[in-house]
Ligand binder design. Structure first.
Ligand SMILES: [Ca+2]
Length: 246
């Protein structure tokens, strides 16, 4: 392989390693350091700061099978599947749209931001849900809003049935330019409310687990330095080849 080709490949490798596509923040409710009511991030990208996940005033959530505190009488019995998730009685979810869920405080939220000098391209925001009881109609709706517009408009609305199997919900933020090249903190709220066609809300509880924000993080300044030093490397190789050719 020629030196120039090798140099080009080195540059490509350096540039590719500068941006990472991965988990930016992940909340799995497994850590014993997380007391009830304080759900610290379990995994965060090195270029991301992530605050604990918190619940609005309308949702009194507890962790199922907390490692930090003994099982209390208010906690649903954990099964292998629901262990180390967070739970919410369906009776707490009384809103009928985002506005009423907002007024009732029926939401959970988390805040992430890039560390100084870094930028974030946000991708899929996902979370897992399941229920104690099966009800194969859409019973719960949710909407996602963010602090970028002071929670004034829905980024996405969707819904799910009450299934005893885990199902993943969420939305891909990579299609929204406002969530690319992000340098400021952003808070995401997921509002929970009853589907308009729900006649009888399910009994039992809703479980939530694995709240995850994917995306890419990058440090523009060091990357530029890497690119310049790589280009300098090409120059050195070409100069060497010219000297050799003489
Ligand atoms: Ca978990």
């Amino acid at each position: 392989m020629r030196y120039a080709q090798i140099a080009v490949l080195v540059v490509a490798a350096l540039l590719a390693s500068e941006a990472r596509g991965s988990v930016l923040a992940h909340y799995n409710f497994e850590s014993p350091a997380n007391g009830d009511g304080n759900y610290n991030v379990a995994l965060a990208d090195p270029l991301v700061s992530a605050d604990p996940l918190i619940f609005g005033s309308g949702l009194g959530s507890t962790r199922v099978g907390s490692l930090a505190t003994p099982m209390g009488s208010t906690l649903p019995s954990p099964t292998a599947s629901t262990l180390h998730s967070i739970s919410q009685p369906y009776s707490n979810i009384t809103g009928t749209d985002t506005a009423s869920a907002d007024a009732l405080g029926d939401f959970f939220e988390f805040t992430i931001g890039a560390v100084s000098g870094a930028k974030l391209d946000l991708g899929a925001l996902t979370f897992d849900v399941r229920s104690t009881n099966q009800q194969l109609t859409r019973v719960t709706d949710y909407s996602i809003r963010s602090s970028l517009d002071s929670f004034s408009s829905d980024i996405s609305t969707n819904g799910f049935n009450a299934s005893v199997s885990w199902q993943q919900q969420g939305y891909d933020l990579s299609v929204l330019s406002g969530f690319q090249n992000l340098q400021s903190d952003v808070t995401f709220r997921i509002y929970l409310y009853r589907n308009a066609d729900t006649v009888t809300p399910p009994t039992g509880s809703l479980f939530i687990d694995n709240v995850t924000l994917n995306g890419e993080s990058a440090t523009p300044e060091p990357a530029s330095l890497l690119a310049w030093s790589a280009f300098a490397g090409i120059g050195a190789v070409l100069a060497y080849r010219r000297r050799k050719a003489v």
